[in-house]
Each structure stands twice: as C-alpha cells, then as structure tokens.
Design a protein around this ligand. Structure first.
Ligand code: ZN
Ligand code: ZN
Length: 189
C-alpha cells in the first residue's frame, strides 16, 4: 500500500520519515470537509496597491517583505490575475508551494519532530499547516473520539471562528513542528 495518496508527494527519504508517514495520510493541501468552511474572510477580494517596475525595482518590492503590501501585512496571499504586480508577485508562497526544505526526525523524548535542511533567513516561510478543515462541533466530537482511542498527541490548529484544521489522520509535515520554549518560528494565520 502506498504511504501517500498524492503522486506529487516525494517518497520518504529516511527511516524516521517512513515511520512518521505510516501514522497518517500525507496531504499536499487541506481538505475542506464542508463547502462553507475554508474561506478566509476577505481573502483575495481586493488587489493590493503595489507597483513594481522590473527594470528599476528590486524583486522584494513586488509584494515582498520590503513592500508596503496591504495583503502581505494582513497575512492574505495575493490572487493571480488580481494582484497588480502580476507574475512577479512575492506574496503567493503557499499558492506556489515555496516551502522550506525540511525532514522528519525521531526525537529522544518528544516523538517525531521536523528539522530544516538548510539555514533559513529570518522571516522565511516554512510550511503551510494542512489537514482537514472542520467545524467547531466536529472538532469537539473528534477530540473526544481521539481521547477515547488513546491518542497521546493531537494535531488541531485553530484557524478562525468555527474553523479548525485537524491534521490527526490527514495532514502535512507541519504537524511535526514541535513546541519550543525558545522558538525561532511562529504561526501566522
Ligand atoms: Zn502587493
Ligand atoms: Zn501581489
């Protein structure tokens, strides 16, 4: 049986990754369990005000970290065809899958973890947290069910009111990013 159901996903590269991938179904993008879920409020409704001249401006000004891009400041990705910068837009890191190179590792006491395979500059995008997008009532039912099944680890991520990502049974490698008391990485919604 294949460990993954998506042909675009790479095969596991290490024993730890193989063992980790046997515990859940790997997704490349979130699964919306109900049509009303998974729609970020206002996302993509308005173009930003960015202007970019490829002959004169550094690429980072094209909705990048140094642009005063209203979408980026609001943690909303630009929508192709709507963003005035066009194809050079630097604010589509999830849509264009610009994830950091990472690998799953087996930690001594905290189960599986995730490690960057290269030095990441400050502010670099690491990974989208993917899973099944569920309602709050379904979250409550699942949390009870997972407890009853004896699961010790939970992979819920609150997204917005009445929307929770559940990466317990299906999700991406971001589910293995562990808690740290001295973090160098943050969650952005
Ligand atoms: Zn912009
Ligand atoms: Zn843009």
């Amino acid at each position: 049986m294949p460990l993954t159901t998506d042909a675009r996903l790479p095969p596991p590269r290490t024993d730890a990754e193989r063992a980790a991938l046997a515990t859940f179904e790997l997704l490349t993008e979130s699964v919306i369990t109900r049509p009303a879920l998974g729609r970020a409020e206002g996302a993509g409704d308005y173009p930003c005000m960015c202007r970019y001249n490829p002959d004169a401006d550094p690429l980072a000004t094209a909705c990048g970290p140094h642009a005063q891009c209203i979408n980026r400041q609001l943690f909303v990705e630009c929508v192709p065809g709507v963003c005035p910068v066009g194809k050079k837009c630097q604010n589509r890191r999830i849509l264009t899958r610009q994830s950091a190179a990472v690998e799953v590792v087996q930690t001594a006491q905290k189960g599986f973890g995730l490690r960057a395979l290269e030095a990441l500059p400050a502010g670099a995008f690491v990974l989208e947290y993917t899973g099944e997008v569920i309602s709050r009532s379904m979250f409550l039912r699942r949390a009870k069910a997972y407890s009853a099944l004896g699961h010790r680890h939970f992979y819920f991520m609150s997204l917005q009111k009445d929307e929770i990502i559940d990466a317990q049974r299906k999700g991406g490698l971001a589910r293995f990013i562990n808690h740290s008391c001295n973090p160098n990485c943050e969650t952005q919604k």
